[in-house]
Design a protein around this ligand. Sequence first.
Ligand SMILES: NC(=O)c1ccc[n+]([C@@H]2O[C@H](COP(=O)([O-])OP(=O)(O)OC[C@H]3O[C@@H](n4cnc5c(N)ncnc54)[C@H](O)[C@@H]3O)[C@@H](O)[C@H]2O)c1
Length: 330
Amino acid sequence: MSNSNTIFLTGAAGFIGFHTARALMTQGHYVLGVDSISPYYDTALKYARLQLLKDEFPDQFIFVKGDITDRPLMEKVWASATKPITKVVHLAAQAGVRYSLENPYEYVSTNVMGHLVLLELARHQKGFQHFVYASTSSVYGANTELPFSEDHSTDQPMALYAATKKADELMSRSYAHLFKIPATGLRFFTVYGPWGRPDMALFIFTKKILAGEPIPVFNEGKMKRDFTYVGDIVAGILAALNRAPQGDVPHRVYNLGNHKSEPLMRYIGLLEESLGKKAVYNMMPMQAGDVPESFADISRAQAELEWTPKTNIDQGIKNFVEWYKSYYAV
Ligand SMILES: NC(=O)c1ccc[n+]([C@@H]2O[C@H](COP(=O)([O-])OP(=O)(O)OC[C@H]3O[C@@H](n4cnc5c(N)ncnc54)[C@H](O)[C@@H]3O)[C@@H](O)[C@H]2O)c1
């Protein structure tokens, strides 16, 4: 393909990274993927994702197992690329709101230092074009004005995870200002779908419902989330990648959400329907660091990225259940 690029993709073995790699290579691009295969959740799932990428795209995918905070290794990987790296999709992170209360150092190491290592590589790369990175809806923290708009304040993080992602946005902004590195931060809203994360609600609920175990329902079910299908998130990443910000400070942030705030109990109801099995609810209080509601204003992404989510949760949950049952041979 004549207009193909090599994209440096971090977090390639992760949930969103795997789907992004697949979509990029389907478009004919080459992917140089990096991931440390962190043990935060089942590494077998990460290796299975990687195997599928290697099987499907044997000539387009190169994978390096490594930590993004390892500067000498990252410099070596960039230097070894056959064509200069000019585009980055940076998705590697220590994710999860709740775990940041238990293991804070991992968040600052990967999310702050790791982010800086990559910005520095971009800064010193001749002809560098675009640095696209993952932020999160969690940056809205204690903001209660709904739907969350990019113009709202993000100065009140509720957990360290959100604080480190906000730091990423600020560091990227400063590099755009100082060194004219075009950068785009994407604030993802609760992403779900096939090959999803075992630490997230949909996965936990599915596993427990099938095992006949009670599911933990936080804030006694009185929560609302803007659940966004992974296929839509990937479409947003690709749309952003093709549109590097311009101007004096080429940095822009976008909400990528489904623009529907769904009650948690409806999400659970749809899952029960898809599984053909009722759940036993274990009603719990609100978890520390969590927010009761998220809801994305997506007008900026619609106008500037020409992006609109297409998958409702009825279909998205069905797709997840289908994948789960086939992957775990249920
Ligand atoms: N899934 C969501 O709902 C969601 C919501 C908002 C933001 N995000 C962000 O999107 C990005 C992707 O998330 P995901 O859901 O795919 O998570 P994930 O945990 O599945 O993927 C992240 C990947 O990064 C890797 N990683 C962790 N530390 C690393 C390090 N130091 N060096 C190299 N690799 C490392 C992990 O091994 C993992 O495979 C993350 O930046 C996350 O913060 C996700």
